[in-house]
Design a protein around this ligand. Structure first.
Ligand code: ADP
Ligand code: ADP
Ligand code: ZN
Length: 215
């Protein structure tokens, strides 16, 4: 199945994608994780991207389009893909559709996970992340042992961009650049709305009800 998980920062895309990736055995492709890995390794791409990420702004389209083109071409995507955090602009969505046409793996569904702004701020401000890509919440989804990842045992950290002022800027950028894609995918007949404000398990249940149709 070929899926985009769409929604504002903090909607729960990463949390759901991790579980969905195990459940359906398809790769979880998070452009945020790919960018952060580059920042951590100090690559040229990472150095360039960090300037934007730390301000809560989008990294330029040509950078992201290059990343996604390479990643989608890897063999594990032959069984399908779960995109998380891409596309975030109309040019990125147009480029994706061209890339997918070339490899004959068109998008089947875009899940739009909706959560009110006030809740997003609370989620992001309490988020603890792991280098392995897992994320936790101090109240809503705490790790078994405080500060330690359940999955890999590494120490958890708070992302530089999960500070209140950067969170606000990310929400502004979402509304300006990314929200128009809801209309874009609605018109393409691919959009399915998911109520993202419930418990993690409830949201997961809604999503698999939809995705089971694409197995
Ligand atoms: P995104 O990838 O969309 O930015 P995450 O999956 O990282 O979002 O989730 C943001 C934060 O909210 C994390 O701290 C996560 O543990 C928490 N979270 C995710 N889903 C829910 C939910 N349904 N209810 C409460 N908290 C959630
Ligand atoms: P979240 O979903 O929690 O907002 P991500 O981990 O998806 O965060 O993204 C973190 C940052 O990485 C974004 O604020 C942005 O700077 C950059 N980024 C990730 N994906 C994209 C993208 N598709 N286009 C532009 N910038 C991106
Ligand atoms: Zn971990």
């Amino acid at each position: 199945m070929n899926v985009v998980l769409f929604g504002p920062p903090g909607a729960g895309k990463g949390t759901q994608a991790k579980e969905l990736s195990k459940h359906y055995d398809i790769p979880h492709i998070s452009t945020g994780d790919i960018l952060r890995a580059n920042v951590a390794e100090g690559t040229d791409l990472g150095k360039k991207a960090a300037e934007y990420m730390n301000k809560g702004e989008l990294v330029p389209d040509e950078v992201l389009i290059g990343i996604i083109k390479n990643r989608i071409a890897e063999p594990d995507c032959k069984s399908g893909y779960l995109l998380d955090g891409y596309p975030r602009t109309v040019p990125q969505a147009d480029a994706l559709s061209d890339i997918l046409k070339d490899i004959n793996m068109p998008l089947e569904v875009v899940l739009n996970i909706a959560v009110p702004d006030e809740e997003l701020v609370i989620r992001l401000a309490g988020r603890y992340s792991c280098k392995c890509g897992e994320s936790y919440h101090i109240k809503f989804n705490p790790p078994k042992e405080a500060g330690i990842c359940d999955v890999c045992g590494k120490e958890l950290y708070q992302r530089d961009d999960d500070k209140e002022e950067v969170i606000r800027q990310r929400l502004v950028s979402y509304k300006r650049n990314t929200q128009p894609l809801i209309d874009y995918y609605e018109k393409a007949g691919l959009l399915v709305n998911i109520e993202g404000a419930g418990e993690i398990d409830e949201v997961f249940g809604q999503i698999i009800n939809v995705l089971d149709q694409y197995k």
